[in-house]
Design a protein around this ligand. Structure first.
Ligand code: FE
Ligand code: FE
Ligand code: ZN
Length: 303
């Protein structure tokens, strides 16, 4: 039986860079992972250290992590939908990010399509298309995976039609794909209790061949809430069984699945700490068995 490809968001710090990310992923029992090349909310980036990258690849090999399944997430402050004063900066930053990711050897960059901020969806989508056509060249080795969004504020890409419009406008179509986020599509209005039907829609509108990775999150909110607040697997409105159906879906075999669920607090107001839930969530997913005690298990393991 083919193993599922499951991992989580991990950190990428300036001392250990990719090597640290690999070590963290292994500590969770993951066989893939996702990272930001620096803080997600800013564009400050350190120089890539090739020696650390080399060590990271050796460690991945030893642990059966295929680098082609490892995902990079572009910083979420990049907004390609609004051609204001920051538009050129965002385009240039994305170009540099692609160079960094190619230097690290990863193949997929997840990108939030952007928010139109009063420009309206038509202009917003055109701005995204122009930006992508500026950034992508024949030499580009990575795929930009546009993430399905919750539709918070003026976010674009909260339905398959908008993502399709963007892809249609991109000249180098083999260099764009989609990353499907389960929390986001729920919040955007797709019914995860009938995921087969969601996939049929995705296939009809965008085409399943365009799907390159998934973000696996439960949601704190009901369908169509447009909120975007992630919840731990089994503890939100999607529920454990519906999420398991996504992860093990026949049509999604071989696609990397990444957890971005929230850290668990230690419940100590005086000395607040946050613990990663991923080791326990991944174990629960592999067993296909919902663990009601997950939160306590995480707290006990790290205290
Ligand atoms: Fe994202
Ligand atoms: Fe996501
Ligand atoms: Zn989100």
């Amino acid at each position: 039986m083919e193993d599922i490809i499951i991992g989580s968001h991990v950190s990428f710090n300036k001392n250990e860079q990719l090597l640290g990310s690999v070590k963290e992923a292994i500590s969770y029992g993951a066989n893939t992972f996702m990272f930001y090349t620096g803080a997600p909310q800013n564009t400050l980036r350190n120089k890539i250290d090739d020696n650390l990258t080399k060590e990271a690849y050796e460690l991945m090999k030893k642990n059966n992590i295929n680098p082609n399944n490892v995902i990079v997430h572009a910083p979420y402050i990049i907004n390609l939908a609004n051609d204001n004063d920051n538009y050129n900066f965002a385009i240039n930053f994305l170009k540099e990010e692609i160079n960094r990711v190619e230097k690290l050897g990863m193949k997929i960059i997840v990108l939030h399509p952007g928010s139109h901020v009063k420009l309206g969806p038509i202009r917003g989508i055109n701005n995204i298309i122009t930006a992508l056509n500026t950034v992508l060249t024949k030499e580009t080795k990575v795929i930009i995976a546009l993430e399905t969004m919750a539709g918070k504020g003026t976010e674009l890409g909260s339905n398959f039609e908008e993502l399709k419009q963007i892809i249609d406008g991109v000249e180098l179509k083999d260099k764009v794909g989609v990353c499907l986020d389960t929390c986001h599509i729920n919040d955007a209005g797709y019914d995860l209790t009938n995921f087969d039907n969601v996939l049929v829609q995705f296939d009809e509108i965008i085409g399943l061949s365009k799907l390159v990775c998934l973000h696996i999150n439960d949601s704190k909110n009901l369908i169509s809430s447009h909120k975007d607040r992630h919840e731990n697997i089994g503890f939100g409105t999607l529920g454990f069984e519906n999420i398991i159906k996504v992860i093990y879906h026949e049509k999604l075999k071989g696609l990397p699945k990444i957890l971005e669920t929230p850290y668990i607090t230690n419940n100590d107001e005086e000395n607040k700490k946050l613990y990663p839930p991923y080791k326990f969530e991944i174990a629960m997913i592999r067993k296909k068995q919902y663990d009601l005690e997950l939160i306590d298990s995480v707290r006990n393991a790290y205290k």
